[in-house]
Ligand binder design. Structure first.
Ligand SMILES: *Cc1c(COP(=O)(O)O)cnc(C)c1O
Length: 426
């Protein structure tokens, strides 16, 4: 099959290392998509293991080269399963968790508790107790209630728990309102005057060890200014031994998206850090989306093709049950017929199987002669799709399949109908 420019661009959105077989079909991690669909069924979330590992190394090496006393911590909410946590822990990353569930997943994956960073704007006393008992290295204080609860839990004055104070720097990045977190009016963190108050209180505590400050201004951020501004804001609070600069770098979902490279992103922050932060401080960053998004591909089967009123609806066997990014944040995705990804053809509305008109995977995507039974591949679904998957319309949440060097293995199995019934009491 002669590759066209459109076809090459489309394949370029799939995980690095994706190739095509003799007939043009996509080959993910050395495994043809048709084989994956046959083995695991659809919908399925396929993850290219080598590309996540490469991404983790690029982040870790890039940060260490610019600021040696540093660590990359994976924001596990972007893909909360033990296999992904384990893989990133193996690469030497710390793990961010919010709440007891993510804490349990991180511990089950074998991650070192000392490298856990515990977040959340509404941590219950029970969750804080779990974190303290597990030996979580860092707890990020979001509010004064966190301090009260921790001082109650830590009865032994010798048991110094490391904490950071989450700062709201009043920065409004250009991203969807639902994933902007650093502005005045955000439910997260403390504005500078309140942050100063919390810092003073923590400095006087005999059980909590104030290590430093934390800032995270939002997600899917495609420009660099907010990251640089965030470092400037935390620098104003004074000198600490740790500065956690959060996550938020955007991913390339569509041809039009031009996110900064990891290196440009690190330069933007570390240039400011070199000017304003103490040279011996430790810097943490917490990428989630940009660590995993590009490594994931969702596979679906076409169930129906319907034409009328100037539209062609291509309906697949998944949708908002396995990808809520579209309905929650109006995230745009491209898509391909996996066995002939030409990037050309009829402009179609790629829709899901759920009972809402908002259940659209892509409002307008060119597909070449789509037919019932065709395999559809949606690239860049590695972040927040698994996390937000649900049982709407009785959907069984899809399996997660790792591919690498021509081999494949399920790391999360598909839900069964029995799973759907499991919590329903007679
Ligand atoms: C969500 C979150 C992140 C990761 O954000 P991404 O946009 O996925 O990189 C990092 N830190 C905190 C505190 C978060 O809540």
């Amino acid at each position: 099959m002669a590759a066209t420019q459109a076809g090459r661009e489309l394949v370029g959105l799939f995980p690095p290392g994706t190739t095509q077989d003799a007939t043009g079909g996509l080959v993910l991690g050395g495994v043809p998509v048709a084989e994956l669909a046959e083995t695991y069924g659809t919908p399925a979330l396929v993850v290219d293991e080598a590309s996540i590992r490469a991404r983790a190394r690029r982040y870790a090496d890039g940060l260490a080269a610019r600021w040696p006393n540093s660590r990359v911590t994976f924001a596990s909410k972007a893909f909360p399963c033990t296999a992904v946590n384990r893989l990133l822990a193996e690469e030497g990353l710390g793990i961010d968790v919010a709440g007891g569930g993510e804490l349990a997943l991180a511990l089950a994956s074998g991650a070192d508790p000392a490298g856990l960073v515990v977040h959340g704007n509404a941590k219950t006393e029970e969750e804080l107790r779990l974190a303290v008992d597990a030996g979580a290295g860092t707890i990020v204080v979001d509010n004064f209630d966190d301090i009260d609860k921790l001082e109650k839990i830590l009865t032994d004055p010798m048991s110094e728990q490391g904490v950071l104070v989450r700062v709201t720097p009043d920065i409004r990045p250009n991203t969807h309102e639902a994933v902007s977190t650093g502005q005045n009016g955000s439910k997260f963190g403390l504005l500078l005057p309140q942050a100063r108050e919390a810092i003073a209180r923590l400095r006087g505590s005999d059980r909590l060890r104030l290590d430093g400050v934390h800032v995270h201004v939002g997600s899917q951020i495609l420009d660099l200014e907010p990251f640089a501004q965030a470092v400037e804001a935390v620098a104003e609070l004074g000198e600490f031994s740790v500065y956690d600069l959060g996550g938020g770098l955007g991913s390339r979902y569509t041809y039009a998206d031009r996110p900064p490279t990891v290196e440009a992103y690190l330069d933007a922050m570390i240039d400011v850090a070199k000017r304003l932060l103490p040279a011996d401080a430790r810097i943490l960053i917490e990428p989630g989306r940009s660590m995993v998004a590009e490594s994931g591909v969702s596979l679906y089967r076409v169930v129906s093709v319907k034409r009328g009123g100037g539209h062609t609806f291509v309906a697949v066997d998944g949708g908002m049950g396995d990808n809520l990014e579209v309905s929650l944040y109006q995230q745009r995705f491209e898509a391909a017929i996996a066995t002939r990804p030409t990037g050309e053809g009829e402009l179609c509305r790629l829709v899901g199987r759920h009972c809402e008109s908002g259940d659209t995977l892509s409002a307008g995507v060119p597909l070449e002669d789509p037919r019932v039974g065709d395999l559809i591949a949606v690239p860049v679904t590695g972040a927040y799709t698994y996390a937000l998957s649900n049982n709407y319309n009785g959907a069984r949440r899809p399996p997660v399949v790792f591919v690498r060097d021509g081999a494949h293995r399920a790391v999360v199995r598909r839900e069964t109908y029995a799973d759907l019934m499991r919590r329903n009491l007679p």
